[in-house]
Design a protein around this ligand. Structure first.
Ligand SMILES: CC(C)(COP(=O)(O)OP(=O)(O)OC[C@H]1O[C@@H](n2cnc3c(N)ncnc32)[C@H](O)[C@@H]1OP(=O)(O)O)[C@@H](O)C(=O)NCCC(=O)NCCS
Length: 173
């Protein structure tokens, strides 16, 4: 399975079809998805990774990747780069989703820093961001450790049209 990068404790590699069952645990769990619109069914999780991993690898050379414990070889979640709209346009966003058993150990921060460095060194990107909702404090703490500065912007929710705040964490080289 093609390796993207490594850290002290983790391997970051491309996601393969056989990983979707493990990753599906995260996306179908109400606590893991508490800051998202809702949980995802098996087919919704597959569609998510078809777009943000498999298609994205082919189209862009990046996407969501598997985060693997280097010692046990167990997949603990995903982290990687997707294209997201911000007030600055379509931006390269680092996102992360871990199975809850692996929270509180610094794995998401370690993986996201590795993705930021990969983006700068291997993809030659000049700017990467992470976007969080104001109430997702764990995600904000990760983003704070990964990026240099923060801006707040407002986004209109599709459907209801309500304006909500988004925290935009930015790294530039
Ligand atoms: C967002 C998410 C990945 C954050 O997970 P996390 O475990 O809080 O983040 P990390 O893996 O970086 O761990 C950081 C925590 O581990 C602690 N820690 C323990 N050992 C550590 C180490 N060696 N290095 C760094 N931190 C360590 C830190 O103190 C911190 O704890 P704190 O938040 O109580 O201060 C997780 O909550 C998640 O998967 N949520 C669901 C998906 C989601 O919302 N994603 C974000 C979308 S915007």
């Amino acid at each position: 399975m093609p390796l993207i990068t490594t850290t002290e404790r983790l391997l970051i590699r491309k996601i393969v079809d056989a990983d979707l069952a493990s990753l599906g645990r995260i996306y179908s769990h109400a606590v893991c998805m508490q800051y998202y619109a809702g949980i995802k069914s098996h087919s919704e999780t597959r569609a998510w990774f078809e777009e943000l991993a498999f298609d994205s690898y082919n189209r862009h050379g990046f996407g969501l990747w598997a985060v693997v414990d280097a010692t046990s070889n167990e997949i603990i979640g995903d982290c990687g780069i997707t294209l997201q709209q911000t007030p600055a346009g379509l931006e390269h966003e680092i996102g992360y989703h871990l199975w809850r058993e692996f929270w509180g150990q610094g794995f998401a921060t370690e993986a996201a820093i590795a993705c930021r460095d990969y983006a700068f060194q291997n993809l030659d990107l000049r700017r990467v961001v992470s976007i969080t909702s104001p109430d997702n404090i764990p995600s904000q703490k990760v983003a704070q450790s990964v990026h240099d500065r923060k801006e707040i912007y407002q986004k209109r929710v599709r459907g209801s049209g309500t304006l909500v705040d988004r925290h935009l964490y930015i790294s530039e080289r």
